[in-house]
Design a protein around this ligand. Structure first.
Ligand code: G3P
Ligand code: CA
Length: 268
């Protein structure tokens, strides 16, 4: 567990391992979470979707094709949507071989399995609810799993969890269901819209390609629903030069596939 790094982890900008340390291990697997921990990174990001039988699983794409061997096992079930496969079927897939033979046998984790590992590693999580339009009720269901796994205790809510989405409606729903949870909107709202976003989102998390120093400052000038300035966590920054520029812009955090590169570039 990365206790020695804990202080550095809370320095600004926060460095968040995107889909785990996904440049070095297969994205959104327990191996990618462990890789981040082994490299000394507490903060990880993941993506949550739902299976045919209603289990929450951690995977980025709406289909299983890119990151598993589903085509090989189920050649006749194109386009291999996550929502068309049961949790049992998904649990048999290999989610590591596409990345490298040493990861053969890595699985698509259920959200429960994922949270158990993040807890064991003493890590912190930016959880993305992905494609919520495909999964009615996924906001409430995600909060239930987080609650069952002990992640909605006041201590964790303060410092260890952010729930984010590209869907403003989903971010608002999470905030309304559990106002104590810190939330983030993924995107780059217009300045004129920020006051509205600040009623339900603690962070505005934009692509690094869409922002300027002035935009970052404008966001941070608003107070979020918990009375603290809105934060900006930008993604997906994978080079030292871009990381340095984002640090100069004053972002609060950088979401990256290469947390080591970003830390080195921004914390000398
Ligand atoms: O956390 C930000 C980032 O993950 C958003 O884009 O497509 O990688 O989920 P995406
Ligand atoms: Ca994501």
């Amino acid at each position: 567990a990365p206790t020695a790094q804990a202080a550095a982890d809370d320095d600004r900008p926060l460095v968040v391992a995107h889909r785990g340390a996904s440049a070095y291990a297969p994205e959104n697997t327990l191996a990618a979470v462990d890789m981040a921990a082994d490299m000394g990174f507490s903060w990880v990001e993941n993506d949550v979707q739902r299976t045919k039988d209603g289990e929450l699983v951690v995977i980025h794409d709406a289909t299983l094709a890119r990151t598993t061997n589903v085509e090989e096992l189920y050649p006749r079930r194109a386009p291999w949507n996550v929502r068309d496969f049961t949790s049992k079927e998904i649990s048999r897939l290999d989610a590591g071989s596409w990345f490298g033979t040493r990861y053969a046998g890595a699985r698509v984790p259920t959200l429960e399995q994922y949270m158990t590992r993040v807890s064991r590693n003493n890590q912190k999580l930016v959880l993305e609810i992905k494609n919520p339009q495909l999964y009615p009720g996924i906001e409430r269901q995600t909060l239930k799993v987080l609650s069952n796994e002990g992640w909605l205790s006041p201590a964790r809510l303060r410092s260890r969890l952010v729930v984010q989405s590209f869907s403003a409606a989903t971010v608002r729903t999470v905030h309304e269901l559990r106002p104590g949870v810190r939330t983030a909107f993924l995107g780059t709202p217009k300045i004129a819209e920020l006051a509205e976003y600040a009623t339900f989102a603690d962070q505005i998390n934009p692509s690094y390609m869409t922002i300027s120093r002035g935009y970052v400052a404008s966001v941070q000038a608003f107070d979020g629903p918990h009375g603290r300035p809105l934060e900006v966590l930008t993604w997906t920054v994978n080079t030292a030069a871009d990381a340095r520029q984002m640090a100069e812009y004053g972002v609060d955090g950088i979401i990256t596939n290469k947390p080591d590169v970003v830390r080195k570039a921004t914390k000398s």
